[in-house]
Design a protein around this ligand. Structure first.
Ligand SMILES: [Fe+2]
Ligand SMILES: [Fe+2]
Length: 295
């Protein structure tokens, strides 16, 4: 670590993987119970709704998001039981994960707010892309989009000032985002993808999310095609690029990376018009719905 030091950076000994994994916040208890119950093939809507209803705050947040046009349910959902019937168990799992994730971004720093907006924007874009490209339920795409950069939120939480210093450095020097990954590895001993994988393991999240968290920075079509789960990675990778181009969750739009001719768009076989339509819908939905996800 004798590279030119970044002024203001204080981290000396980064956490080991074991320490990092121990410091990642646990999933809230109610959410954990719901996830366990949802994994049980004999579960019932009544059992799940009983568990969630114990937690007032979670109940109201789940209902608020369930009614967002992002999820496409047209009837008004007023109870958790309704949500289970109208949206299904898998969508409920997504809602519970979404609500639980918000807590990691809640430390109110400027960076966490931007990261949260980037996550919600990527979630909305992922659901929109899944609707256009098919091949993946939009509610699952939403959650994967929301979580793709969860490792960055954990860094912002645990290294606080230092992660902001890194960010400021990138911004001031106009560096590409690949530089962020290199800086994370150099100063924190691991990338936000590595940390994301630890969150997936600790929270026991599905494999699609693991694929997305691990590979959303992939750069070539060949590498993408070689993955065991290329489709979710392409959907969220495109969503991430779309948000950068739109400037969603960023101080200003960044159009330096590929979008229309990205490996993601190519893999999903989306035309330039389709991608343009996705950008438009994403921006519209994000603007109208971002307050819903402030929770
Ligand atoms: Fe990332
Ligand atoms: Fe991202």
């Amino acid at each position: 670590m004798d590279e030119p030091t970044i002024p203001g950076l204080t981290v000396k000994t980064p956490r080991t993987p074991q320490q990092m994994s121990a410091d990642i916040p646990a999933m809230p208890v109610v959410a954990m119970r719901v996830m366990r119950e949802l994994a049980d093939p004999r579960t019932t809507a009544k059992k799940i709704s009983d568990i969630i209803s114990v937690d007032q705050a979670m109940t109201s947040r789940v209902l608020r998001i369930a009614n967002s046009p992002v999820f496409g349910v047209r009837r008004k959902i007023t109870t958790v039981a309704d949500a289970l019937v109208l949206m299904g168990f898998s969508a409920m799992k997504g809602l519970v994960i979404t609500v639980s994730t918000r807590g990691i971004y809640r430390h109110a720093g400027m960076l966490e707010q931007l990261l949260w907006e980037h996550s919600v924007g990527s979630a909305v874009a992922s659901a929109t892309i899944a609707r256009v490209a098919g091949g993946w339920p939009p509610d699952e795409a939403f959650v994967a989009g929301l979580l793709h950069d969860i490792g960055r939120a954990v860094f912002a939480n645990l290294y606080r000032k230092d992660y902001e210093v890194l960010f400021q450095y990138l911004y001031n020097h106009n560096l590409p985002r690949s530089a962020l990954v290199a800086l994370e590895e150099r100063y924190f001993g691991m990338s936000h993808m590595d940390v994301g994988k630890m969150v997936v393991a600790k929270w026991n999240l599905p494999e699609d999310i693991l694929a997305v968290v691990s590979h959303h920075h992939i750069k070539s079509l060949e590498d993408l095609k070689a993955l065991p789960k290329p489709w979710p990675v392409a959907v969220v990778g495109l969503a991430d690029s779309a948000c950068r181009h739109l400037g969603v969750g960023m101080r200003e739009p960044d159009t330096s990376g590929p979008l229309y001719n990205s490996p993601f768009a190519e893999f999903l076989k989306l035309s330039a018009e389709q991608v343009a339509g996705i950008l438009e819908q994403t921006l519209e939905l994000f603007e109208s719905e971002k307050a819903t996800f402030e929770m």
